[in-house]
Ligand binder design. Structure first.
Ligand SMILES: Nc1ncnc2c1ncn2[C@@H]1O[C@H](COP(=O)(O)OP(=O)(O)OP(=O)(O)O)[C@@H](O)[C@H]1O
Ligand SMILES: CC(C)(CO)[C@@H](O)C(=O)NCCC(=O)O
Ligand SMILES: [Mn+2]
Length: 922
C-alpha cells in the first residue's frame, strides 16, 4: 500500500546533498539565488507534482518544510545544464544528513537504514482539484513532520566488520543514502558526516569508521536505545509481539495505553534485563553473562560447527537425554512426584557427562547442541521470571538475536516463565528481535520524527529480499532490478532450497510436571538467507484510519483467517494456479520482449518462493490474511516492474462497455423509480462478474464476448439473492407509504473492476445518486491491481460516459473532473453550475484488490468526513475484506461471489451467488 502515494507532501527529508530540478525549479533557482523553498513551507513548490521531477533511479525528490536547511552555497550544475534533469552538487552541504544507524554488538552488527519513497506521482488532472474540493490544505503537511520512505534492516557478523563497511560504502549510506548512484565522492567528501551508533562497537570501532568511511560516530547509550527501540516497535507495528508456546505462535495486540511497566530481556552475546516504566523511563535491573555468546561460543568449541545456524540446525536433530542427567537417572527411573518432578525432567544439564567414561567425541554434536540450547534458554527464562517477580511484572518481552525466531528457543523460554510463575507471567517475543538497539539509535536522530509515527503510518512489505536475501548476514546490496534477477537466477540454478515447504511438526504437550523438553523443535531451520522474518518498513505519514469505521480498534479487515491451514492451502493452490496466466498477461503488457519474459520468470519464482515460505510458516511475515497474500502478489509484480499487467484488457473492456452505455441509460430512464433502483443494483451485481482474479471468470472469458457474458449475467439475476437486503435499502432510498426520505448527503463508492463493472454497474448507480442530490465520491485504487480501475484512469472513463449523460457531465464538471472539457467548450453555460452536486474521484491509498480501512489515503479520509453512505463493491473490498466491517454511517456491500469455496464458507451458497448487504449506521 505504501510507496504509491506519490503525494508531494509526504515530506521526505530533504537534507539532500545533491538535488535535481526540472525547468520550473531552474527558474526559481536562477531568480532566487538557489533558495528554492527548501527548508521552507513546501507549498512554494508547485513543481513537485509533475512527474518529470525524477532522478535517474526513478525517484522524485521531495521538498518539505520543517527540515534542516541545506547549505546551497557553491552549488553547481554537473554536466550539461540544458539537460532536463541535470544534477546539482552541493559541495558545502554539511548538515547532519545521516540516514543510517548502527548497533555494533559483541557478536553482530545491526543496521537500520532509510531510503526514500519512489514517488509515483504523475500529472494527474484529478489531483489538481480534489485537494481543493476536499479542503485538504497545504497547511496539513505541518501535521506530517515525519519523512516518508522506507526502513531497511540488515545484519553482519561483528567479526566481519569489513563487509559491513563495504556494504555501507557501496550503498553510500554514510552520505545520507540519497541518490547514491550519482554521488560524486571526489567533489564532496563529507568531513562532518555523523552516524548514530550504539553497542560496545560504537566505542571500539569509532576510529575505524573515521578512517574507512570518513564519518564520525555519534555514540548513543545502549540501554537507552534498546528501550526506545522496543517502545517504538511495540507502539508502531501492529503485530510486533507474539507468544510462542508448544510450537504455537500467536500475535498479541498490545494496548498502547497499557504497555508499561514491562520487563525487557535482551539476549545478545550477554543478557540485559531492563524494567521499563515508560518512554525513556527504565532501569537495568539485572543481567546475565550466560547468553547468546555462551551458546555459540561453547557450542562451537564442543561441536566444531562453523556457524551459529549450523549449531542451531544440529540441535534440531538432537536428543538431550544422552547427555543431560534426568530425574529418572537419579531416581532409578522413577518420578520424584512429591515435588512434582517427573522422571524425564532434566535434573542436571550435561550431568551425564560426569559419570560416563566417554570423551567429547563419543557424544553426538546434535545432542550437545540441543542440551546447550535448552540449558541456556531455560536459564534465561528462569532468571527473567525471578526479576519479573522482584518487581511484580506480568509481561516479559524477549529480544536479541540469540532467539533468532527459533521455535525451540522460544518454547523453552516460555515454558520456564510459565512454569515458574504458575502461569502468572507471560513471555512474549518481538519480530524485530535483534534490531531493538539499532531502531533506538535510528530514532535518536530526532529530525526523523519517528516518535510521531502511528501504527497506520507504517506498512511492512516483503520484497524479493524477504524469501531470498532478507536478513542475510551480509545481504548483497541488490540495488537494481537486473542485479536482483541475475542473483535469483544463480540462486535458482544452485538449487531450490527456498521453495520446498516443510510442514511444522504438530504441537504436542509437555506432560506431567512440565519439566520435560518442549516438544517443538520447529521446522527445518532455513538457511540464513531467509532467516529473518522482517520486511521493509514503509513510512507513509499521509495514511490515515478511515474515519467512518465504527470501532477501529476492533476492526479486522480480513474475513478469511489463513491461520487455518486448510484455508491457506486452498488459497495457495488458487494463487499458484493463477500464476501462469498472470505471467502471460504481465509479459504481454510489457510488449512480450525478452526482457519482459525474464522479468516475468523472475516474478513467478519470487512470488512462488513467498508462497512456499508462507505455507511453511504462515506467521513468518506477521499475521497472515488473504488480503495480505493478494497484496503481496501485486507488490511482487511491481517489484519486477510490471506496473499494470492488465492495462490492455482494461482498455478493451472499457471501450466495449462505454459503447453500450447509452443504450443502458436509455433503458433505465424509461423505468419507474422502483424498477430502476432494482435494475441498477442488479446491474452492479451482474457486472461484477468481470474479474480477472477469479479462475471461473477467466474461464468464462474464453467462451464469450464481454457483452454476451454481461447479458447472461444480467439474465441470471434472480431475487432473492443469497444475501438480500434490497428491500431495506429501497425503503431507505425511496421511502414507504408516500413518505419521501431525505437523500444522502454524500456517498462513497468503493469501485472494483474496469470495464462493465465500473461503466455499466457503478457509474449508472452513481448517476442515480447524483440525480437524487447526493454527492458522489468514486473511491478507486491508487495503483493497479488485477483489472481494477484506478483513480488515475477514472476521470477519462467518466469523461467518456459524460458524453452520453447530462447528469454525469454536470456533476463531473462541478467536481472538477472534466478539466479539459471545461477549458475547451463553455457550451451551454452549465459550467460550474452551482446547482449540480459534484461527482469526485479519490484514491484509496491501496494497490491491492482488497482494502484495509485502517490505512487509507488522506484524500479518502478527508472525503469521508461528510459522507453518510458507504458502498463497497466487489469480492476483494466487500467480501475478502470488510464483509464484517461496521461503519458509523450506512453501508451497502455488493458483490457477486465468484468462488465456490468462499460462497460456501461465507454465505452458505454457491458460485455466482450475490450479496446485497445493507446496514444502517451503527
Ligand atoms: N548468524 C549469527 N552469527 C552469530 N551469532 C548469531 C547469529 N544469529 C544469531 N546469533 C546469536 O545472537 C547473538 C547475538 O545477538 P545480538 O546481536 O542481539 O547481540 P550483540 O549485540 O551482538 O551482543 P551484546 O549486546 O551482548 O554486545 C549471538 O551471540 C548468537 O547467540
Ligand atoms: C555488556 C552488554 C550490555 C553489551 O551489550 C551485554 O553483553 C550484557 O548485558 N551482558 C551481561 C552482563 C551482566 O549483566 O552480567
Ligand atoms: Mn547488543
Amino acid at each position: 500500500m505504501a510507496g504509491l502515494n506519490g503525494d508531494p507532501f509526504l515530506g521526505i527529508d530533504d537534507n539532500i546533498e545533491k538535488l535535481q530540478y526540472n525547468n520550473n525549479s531552474k527558474e526559481a533557482i536562477d531568480k532566487e539565488g538557489l533558495v528554492v523553498g527548501i527548508g521552507e513551507d513546501s507549498s512554494n513548490n508547485k513543481n513537485n507534482n509533475q512527474g518529470g521531477e525524477k532522478d535517474m533511479a526513478g525517484n522524485s525528490i521531495h521538498r518539505s518544510g520543517s527540515r534542516p536547511q541545506l547549505d546551497l552555497s557553491k552549488a553547481e550544475i554537473q554536466g550539461n545544464s540544458e539537460e532536463r534533469d541535470p544534477t546539482i552538487l552541493l559541495p558545502n552541504q554539511t548538515d547532519d544528513i545521516s540516514h543510517l544507524a548502527l548497533d555494533i554488538g559483541g557478536s553482530l552488527i545491526k543496521l537500520v537504514y532509510f531510503s526514500r519513497h519512489e514517488d509515483q506521482s504523475v500529472d494527474d488532472k484529478r489531483k489538481k482539484t480534489v485537494k481543493e474540493r476536499l479542503g485538504i490544505s497545504n497547511g496539513n503537511r505541518r501535521n506530517f513532520p515525519v519523512l516518508g520512505g522506507r526502513l531497511h534492516f540488515v545484519k553482519f557478523e561483528t567479526s566481519k566488520l569489513n563487509e559491513c563497511l563495504d556494504f555501507i560504502s557501496s550503498k553510500q549510506l554514510h552520505r545520507g543514502g540519497i541518490d547514491s548512484h550519482h554521488w560524486n565522492s571526489e567533489a564532496s567528501a563529507n568531513e562532518n558526516a555523523v552516524i548514530k551508533a550504539t553497542g560496545g562497537g560504537a566505542y571500539k570501532f569509532a576510529d575505524l569508521f573515521k578512517e574507512r568511511l570518513g564519518v564520525s560516530i555519534d555514540k548513543e547509550d545502549e540501554m537507552d536505545c534498546l528501550v526506545a527501540g522496543a517502545n517504538f516497535l511495540l507502539k508502531a507495528i501492529r503485530h510486533e509481539a507474539f507468544t510462542h508456546m508448544e510450537g504455537h505462535k500467536e500475535f498479541v495486540q498490545i494496548d498502547h495505553n497499557d504497555l508499561f511497566p514491562y520487563l525487557l530481556v535482551n539476549i545478545g552475546s550477554g543478557v540485559s534485563i531492563i524494567k521499563v516504566d515508560g518512554d525513556g523511563k527504565f532501569q537495568r535491573v539485572s543481567g546475565t553473562n550466560v547468553g547468546g555468546g555462551t551458546y555459540w561460543g561453547l557450542g562451537r568449541l564442543l561441536t566444531k560447527c562453523n556457524s551459529f545456524d549450523e549449531l542451531l540446525e544440529l540441535s534440531q536433530r538432537g536428543d538431550n537425554r544422552t547427555i543431560d542427567m534426568l530425574v529418572g537417572d537419579i531416581y532409578g527411573g522413577m518420578d520424584y512426584s512429591k515435588i512434582g518432578l517427573s522422571a524425564s525432567t532434566i535434573a542436571s544439564s550435561f550431568g551425564k557427562a560426569i559419570s560416563d567414561k566417554k570423551e567429547l567425541q563419543d557424544y553426538r554434536p546434535e545432542d550437545i547442541s540441543l542440551s546447550l540450547l535448552r540449558m541456556i534458554s531455560y536459564n534465561i527464562g528462569q532468571i527473567s521470571y525471578l526479576n519479573a517477580l522482584r518487581f511484580g511484572l506480568k509481561r516479559i518481552f524477549f529480544g536479541g538475536f540469540f532467539i533468532r525466531g527459533h521455535a525451540y528457543t522460544m518454547d523453552t523460554i516460555s515454558f520456564a516463565v510459565h512454569f515458574w510463575s504458575k502461569g502468572e507471567a507471560q513471555a512474549m517475543f518481538l519480530r524485530h528481535e535483534g534490531f531493538l538497539g539499532a531502531v533506538g539509535a535510528f530514532m535518536s536522530y530526532q529530525k526523523h520524527g519517528l516518535d510521531d509515527l502511528m501504527v497506520h503510518h507504517l506498512v511492512e512489505r516483503f520484497p524479493m529480499g524477504a524469501p531470498y536475501t532478507g536478513g542475510k548476514i551480509h545481504g548483497p546490496p541488490l540495488g537494481d532490478l537486473n542485479e536482483k534477477i541475475s542473483w535469483m537466477e544463480k540462486f535458482v540454478l544452485k538449487g531450490t532450497e527456498i521453495t520446498a515447504p516443510v510442514p511444522m511438526a504438530p504441537p504436542g504437550t509437555t506432560g506431567l510436571g512440565g519439566f520435560e523438553v518442549p516438544s517443538s523443535r520447529g521446522a527445518t531451520l532455513r538457511s540464513d538467507a531467509s532467516a529473518l522474518n522482517v520486511g521493509v518498513l514503509h513510512l507513509v505519514p499521509t495514511l490515515e484510519v478511515f474515519p467512518l469505521l465504527a470501532d477501529p480498534k476492533m476492526y479486522e479487515p480480513n474475513t478469511i483467517d489463513l491461520s487455518d491451514h486448510k484455508e491457506l492451502e486452498y488459497w495457495f493452490t488458487v494463487l499458484s494456479g493463477h500464476l501462469p496466466d498472470l505471467v502471460d498477461k504481465a509479459v504481454a503488457s510489457e510488449g512480450g520482449t525478452d526482457d519482459a519474459k525474464r522479468r516475468g520468470d523472475a516474478f513467478a519464482r519470487a512470488f512462488s518462493a513467498h508462497l512456499a515460505r508462507l505455507m511453511e510458516e504462515p506467521a513468518a511475515y506477521g499475521k497472515l490474511g488473504l488480503a495480505n497474500l493478494l497484496e503481496l502478489r501485486e507488490e511482487c509484480l511491481r517489484e519486477f516492474q510490471f506496473l499494470d499487467a492488465y492495462r490492455s484488457i482494461k482498455q478493451r473492456e472499457n471501450e466495449a462497455s462505454l459503447a453500450v452505455l447509452p443504450d443502458l441509460l436509455l433503458e433505465l430512464d424509461h423505468m419507474d423509480e422502483e424498477t430502476r433502483l432494482l435494475t441498477l443494483i442488479e446491474g452492479v451485481l451482474a457486472a461484477n462478474i468481470f474479474d480477472w482474479g477469479s479462475r471461473a471468470c477467466v474461464d468464462l472469458y474464453h467462451k464469450g464476448t464481454i457483452i454476451e457474458i454481461y447479458r447472461m449475467s444480467r439474465n441470471k439475476m434472480q431475487r432473492p439473492w443469497r444475501v438480500d437486503d434490497f428491500d431495506l435499502f429501497k425503503e431507505r432510498m425511496l421511502g414507504s407509504e408516500g413518505k419521501k426520505p431525505r437523500p444522502h448527503k454524500r456517498a462513497l463508492l468503493f469501485v472494483d473492476n474496469s470495464g462493465a463493472d465500473i461503466v455499466l454497474g457503478m457509474l449508472p448507480l452513481a448517476r442515480e445518486l447524483l440525480r437524487r442530490g447526493t454527492e458522489v465520491v468514486l473511491v478507486a485504487n491508487s495503483l493497479p491491481a488485477l483489472n481494477d480501475v484506478t483513480a488515475m484512469e477514472l476521470p477519462d472513463i467518466v469523461a467518456e460516459a459524460a458524453k452520453h449523460c447530462d447528469v454525469l457531465r454536470r456533476a463531473a464538471e462541478a467536481g472538477g473532473l472534466l478539466v479539459d472539457a471545461m477549458n475547451n467548450n463553455s457550451l451551454d453555460g452549465s459550467r460550474g453550475n452551482s446547482s449540480s452536486v459534484p461527482l469526485m474521484v479519490v484514491e484509496n491509498g491501496c494497490g491491492s484488490p482488497c482494502i484495509d480501512l485502517r490505512q487509507v489515503s488522506s484524500e479518502l479520509a478527508a472525503a469521508a468526513k461528510h459522507a453518510d453512505l458507504v458502498i463497497l463493491e466487489g469480492m476483494g473490498r466487500a467480501l475478502h475484506t470488510n464483509f464484517n466491517a461496521r461503519f458509523k454511517c450506512e453501508a451497502l456491500k455488493l458483490a457477486m461471489v465468484k468462488n465456490q469455496r468462499l460462497a460456501e464458507k461465507l454465505i452458505k451458497g454457491k458460485i455466482y451467488d450475490c450479496v446485497c448487504r445493507y446496514e444502517p449506521a451503527t
